[in-house]
Design a binder for this molecule. Sequence first.
Ligand code: TRP
Length: 360
Amino acid sequence: MPPTTTAPARSRVLTGDTPTSTGLHLGHYVGSLENRLRMQDEHDCYFLIANVHAFTTLADKPDDIRANTLGIVKDWLAVGLDPDRSTFVLQSEVPAIAELTFLFAMLIPFNKVMRNPTLKTEIESKGLGDSYPFGFPMYAVGQCADILAFRPEWVPVGEDQEAHIELCRDVALKFNQVYAGVGNRVPPEEHVKAGGVFPIPKARIGRVARLVGTDGVQKMSKSLNNAIFLYDTEKQVQKKINGIVTGRASATSPIDPANALIQYAEAFLPRERADAIKADYAAGKEVMDGHVKAEVGAAVNALLAPIRARRAELETPDGERRVLSVIRDGVRKANRLAEETLAMAKKAMRIDFVVRTIST
Ligand code: TRP
């Protein structure tokens, strides 16, 4: 037989960000963006802007959500996500996602959603109390649809998203079993072979699963005011790092290895250099926190300098036009795949009465 010339189909990847802030921060970078940059060479990547989800906490701020949406696309382009190789998906323009959300909601016990630890943490950290809208817990179901609409194999996310990916796997397993006749004992990786509509996706956690904020306590997050943003100026970055409290009594006192300064040294300095700094602190050598802060600040700024420059280019009328056209092209490509998935799901559910096409 002649050697085959067709490359094997690239496996699909889907992940996304919610536009609740004007831009992404270092936690996003080491938790997910870095993985995305690596994965877009070898995989068919879909990157989703969860703009509908942003309304779960910002329903009265549509202008902010719009600006944040554009900001996230700018950040993606600035870090090097490439719309020619990957597909940028604007959630609100992919109707299959909303439809699958409703269908999946029938397969997930209400109490299971309400027990989701990621939602619980968010309710607490954002001080939502008991006045959050119905749509807030529903976003967990929506996220299953965000993912499954694209039938991916991998979902690169930060550790905080693991509970959502678990829920998504449960929904996919249940859907395949209930509607596509996949047996209870078929292992997840064989679901498609056994006739399932959905592959059972797997989370891929980033190099730094959970980056601590500059407060040294909570996860880095815009709502907690402890974030270093990708678009922060050089001065702002250094100032935020200088503001880290190390809590040492003197220059020879030890440092808590969980301190934000140590975590950032580990995340942004070369491994040997971070190890050497930790060893000096541990040995009670004289270490000036200010020197370490300057070194970590310089490393972060070296990483961010090209990103900042590219983002600035996008803050022009030409840049805005580019962003809008990237969004439009992405929506077209995304709908092609998501509509195919929806048709497969409806067929499995015996509700395939009408064939439709979306024109955009
Ligand atoms: N909830 C995710 C976050 O806050 C964003 C998101 C929405 C997402 N839909 C997704 C991530 C689908 C991965 C897959 O970061």
